[in-house]
Ligand binder design. Structure first.
Ligand code: FCB
Length: 443
């Protein structure tokens, strides 16, 4: 029997003003590479041994061609909102002007969404930095933050009032730590001295863009999307507890504390001076610009123990896990939301990504992804638990609308609630997609 998604009957998540959506990102679905400038992910994919299956974003889901049918698919799911990202290298030329053809691609999408009453949640940066900016130092160069705010200015003027919500950045942790500190994401730089510097320029870019968006688009919900992997100690020992706090500061609080408290975690003082970012006068004021919403992406938690040399090390995630090896631990989502709410004075929160990678099989045109349904069910209820404890959460987005290019994992990990056959580009709604649709339409 097919499992269902169900929430307590009195849940505010069953009221019409709770927003349900699906999410994607430009590089992961679009293809259409010839119609844009190269970005750091093109270069990264072309570098041997960076992406597990040696794949790239040249075709992806060919959304660049199939966007109309994809919006019909979104509509057929009955969702209230669609979270998409804009490809910076598609809309801005090398000399910093708008590229009319690229802008038109998104205008068409935004107009169709509007005509169907689907709210557009637009993310301006989901990791696809134009390669020519990387050639100038990328996020290690302070100027990139100003380039980003110029892009935000031009694009928000071009989009007018078609956008319901703007997020400046998606997951600056991934861009800075994965991209510039351990090098498993583009641009693949490795060095502890890089991560915090890149992070500072990303946060500065966010703050500068917030000023621009507040001016150009005062009626949209403007904010940022952060990812959190809550940190748990392996034991109750003081050593493990301190190590875990260090990890939490390093991976999670680093990106949120500056937004609300205008400073980095105190852990900064424990890092060698050479790893510190260069913070200029006024930077923290810019970074802590008021937010209309906070996007929270959540997939899993991590468990740590103390380590003499590295401060902390993560232990192997216990079962149950999804097929990307991430532990399924929904209670961490409730606990995360509660702890963020205690630490910071949060604006309304949207869960902007949540979902599971499952090794799906398609049989007779059906994908029976029961484990994904149970993942969603547990996490939706975890969100409901947080709401019941007084946290204002206004929406939830499933990651992802459809299977797509999963970064360093290539096409091997499927996160969609819609199955994509990459040879034929045929989309098939999985049982999880049908369950999501039923939950939404039964409100
Ligand atoms: C997040 C990314 C998203 C997707 C999911 C699985 O970190 O924002 O693009 O890859 O993970």
């Amino acid at each position: 029997m097919t499992a269902k998604l169900s929430l307590p009957t009195n849940s505010t998540m069953l009221s019409a003003d709770f927003t349900y959506g699906v999410a994607t990102a430009a590089f992961q679905i679009e293809g259409g590479v010839k119609k844009r400038l190269p970005c750091i992910w093109d270069t990264f994919c072309a570098t041997p041994d960076k992406v597990v299956d040696g794949s790239n974003g040249d075709q992806a889901c060919d959304h660049f061609t199939l966007w109309q049918q994809d919006i019909e698919l979104i509509e057929s799911l009955g969702v209230d909102a669609y979270r998409l990202s804009i490809s910076w290298p598609r809309v801005i030329t090398k000399s910093g002007q708008l590229n009319p053809e690229g802008v038109q691609f998104y205008l068409n999408i935004l107009e169709v969404l509007k005509s169907k009453n689907i709210k557009a949640f637009v993310t301006l940066y989901h990791w696809d930095l134009p390669q020519h900016l990387e050639d100038n130092g990328g996020w290690l160069n302070r100027q990139t933050a100003y380039k980003f705010s110029e892009y935000a200015d031009l694009i928000s003027k071009a989009f007018g009032d078609l956008v319901h919500s703007y997020a400046t950045l998606n997951e600056p942790f991934c861009s800075s730590y994965l991209g510039y500190e351990i090098g498993v994401h583009a641009p693949g730089k490795v060095g502890k001295e890089y991560g915090r510097k890149a992070a500072h320029h990303l946060l500065l870019a966010h703050g500068l863009a917030m000023e621009v968006l507040t001016k150009n688009s005062p009626n949209s919900l403007n904010g940022i999307v952060l990812n959190f992997t809550p940190c748990y100690a392996q034991s109750a020992s003081e050593k493990d507890k301190l190590a875990t706090e260090f990890a939490d500061d390093y991976f999670n609080q680093w990106y949120i504390k500056p937004l609300f408290d205008a400073c980095y975690p105190a852990t900064l003082a424990k890092l060698p001076k050479a790893h510190h970012p260069e913070v200029l006068d006024g930077d923290m004021d810019i970074i802590s610009h008021k937010l209309d919403f906070l996007g929270v992406n959540f997939y899993t938690r991590a468990i740590y123990k103390a380590d003499e040399k590295e401060h902390f090390i993560q232990i192997e995630p216990p079962e149950p896990t999804t097929d990307i090896g991430w532990e399924i631990y929904p209670q961490a989502l409730t606990e995360l939301l509660i702890s963020l709410n205690e630490k910071y004075s949060l604006p309304p929160v949207y869960i902007t990504e949540n979902g599971a990678a499952i090794d799906d099989e398609i049989n007779n045109g059906e994908v029976s992804d029961q484990r994904r349904i149970s993942y969603y069910n547990a996490h939706l209820n975890a969100v409901n638990d947080a709401i019941e404890q007084g946290i204002k959460i206004d929406g939830y987005f499933a990651w992802s609308l459809m299977d797509n290019f999963e970064w360093a994992e290539g096409y091997l990990k499927r996160f969609g609630i819609v199955y994509v056959d990459y040879d034929t580009q045929v989309r098939t709604i999985k049982d999880s997609g049908l369950a999501y649709k039923a939950l939404i339409s039964n409100r």
